[in-house]
Write a new protein. Sequence first.
Length: 280
Amino acid sequence: MNVSKAVLITGCSSGIGRATAVHLSSVGWKVYATARDAESIASLERNGCQLISLDVTDEDSMRSAVGEIERREGAVGVLVNNAGYSQSGAVEAVPMEKVRRQFETNFFGLARMCQLVLPGMRRQGYGRIVNLSSMGGKLTFPGAGYYHASKHAVEALSDALRFEVAGFGVKVSVIEPGLIRTGFADTAVGSMDGSEDLYAGFEEAVARATVENYERGPFSRLGGDPESVARAIQAAISSRNPRSRYVVTPSAHLFLSLRRLLPDRAWDAALRTSYPQPGR
């Protein structure tokens, strides 16, 4: 039987998703780029991408997108789970409806997309699943606990999935970017409520630190662009035996190494040099 290597990428309206769609199409992959509103990514057609509407928080939308590609190609050959955003704020202060929305996009949508594409991958004995995590899937910065929790969950799910589907010819990889120069920082800062409670000053400091790290501080020079992530994704889906994890950008290598080396108390002490501690 013919083996489909068609690529489905979620969250292509900007940043990493958009860059990945452009890059993979330019090197010969057949790319299905998706966004909630397909018209918002119309320009990707000029890069050779096929466009499909897909909302990873909507069951019917996810089923429809996967079903359409299976009708055209036989199966989704490669799934790149990129859709996601950062919900910032103190753990006590973020309303639970926002917490649930964070997990619906960053984790539950990703998990459901895996479930939907796997039957087709198993039938053809080939598949690649690439889950976008973050260095934040292995470490945690204050003021972003729910974002980090969602990415820790992606890491755990990917580890289990990698073992479970390898025998069917499906390989699973995680991408762990560090600081990436996209609209990520603006979205993270914009997600805060600006609460006037005990955490207000803390959240303002988190917002300043986020913008500083991503845009103009010393750590920003250790960041990368979305294209660097796209190249890592290409490496993961092109290899016969892809790595389980791809760390992207010098900042990710630095912070992940520090977190492995430092005990919890030392890590917390290091964080206090950049973040004020609520209640003190």
